[in-house]
Design a protein around this ligand. Structure first.
Ligand code: AP5
Ligand code: MG
Length: 218
């Protein structure tokens, strides 16, 4: 049983690393951002409510997010552990999660805080491309697909996220500083925070995370 939280600024590499841990340990990757984008794409009630916030770079309300996470964590595949990618990101969300949100008062093993300097983030997010079908992430400089604009994994086309425009990125960073940064202290006090330098090569970061997690399993 492994329960992890990936914390970090927009573009820190939460999704990239969470996906690798998910594949290696067969754990579901619960990304609130992905769930919201799917809802926007399918134009559900949730999607309609969330769309405007996401496009402006604002956080979606705690109430909506807590509803989504509660429903997702109740599913069978989460009963043996999970990776939270992009949740919690406010103190209210963290407190709710610590309280009764996670059914068995789940104990988190680690909160992996990926740190990347702000000046690198703009470059990361403006060059990001994502597969329209399977969601695999790419980067125009750091992780190019073998064939331009085509996903290596499933052969579908790539797209640029609407919130990866410069002005929106700046707003997302502001939201991060104001609302999410306090979680670092919150989890430090609970002794579960592990900070990871995210300003290194993707494979090297994966290796360090792996070393940390293998300690958990021993
Ligand atoms: P979300 O989808 O979670 O976006 P985010 O937190 O802004 O983070 P990103 O997904 O942009 O970055 P990432 O850290 O996953 O980086 P990635 O691995 O892709 O949320 C989107 C929106 O939904 C929010 O703004 C909000 O509106 C709403 N929302 C979601 N959760 C919410 C919540 N809990 N509460 C309220 N609202 C919520 O990497 C980025 C790029 O860099 C990629 O191109 C990648 O290939 C590249 N890259 C990764 N690692 C490296 C590396 N080491 N070196 C070089 N390039 C790298
Ligand atoms: Mg992500």
């Amino acid at each position: 049983m492994m329960r992890l939280i990936f914390l970090g600024a927009p573009g820190a590499g939460k999704g990239t690393q969470a996906q690798r841990v998910s594949a290696k340990y067969s754990l579901p990757q619960v990304s609130t951002g992905d769930i919201l984008r799917d809802a926007v794409k399918s134009n559900t009630e949730l999607g309609k409510k969330a769309q405007g916030f996401i496009q402006k770079g604002f956080l979606v309300s705690d109430e909506i997010i807590l509803g989504i996470v509660k429903e997702r964590l109740a599913k069978d595949d989460c009963q043996k552990g999970y990776i939270l990618d992009g949740f919690p990101r406010t103190i209210i969300q963290a407190q709710a999660f610590n309280g009764n949100l996670s059914q068995s008062r789940a104990k988190i093993d680690y909160v992996l805080n990926i740190e990347v300097p702000e000046d690198k983030i703009l470059e990361r997010l403006s060059g990001r491309r994502v597969c329209t079908k399977c969601g695999e992430g790419y980067h125009l400089i750091f992780k190019n697909p073998l064939k331009e604009n085509i996903c290596d994994k499933c052969g579908s086309g790539l797209y640029q996220r609407k919130d990866d425009q410069k002005e929106t990125i700046i707003e997302r960073l502001r939201q991060y500083r104001e609302q999410t940064l306090p979680l670092i202290d919150y989890y430090k006090k609970q002794n579960v925070l592990r900070t990871i330098n995210g300003d290194e090569q993707i494979d090297l970061i994966s290796k360090k995370i792996d070393d940390l997690l293998s300690g958990l399993r021993a």
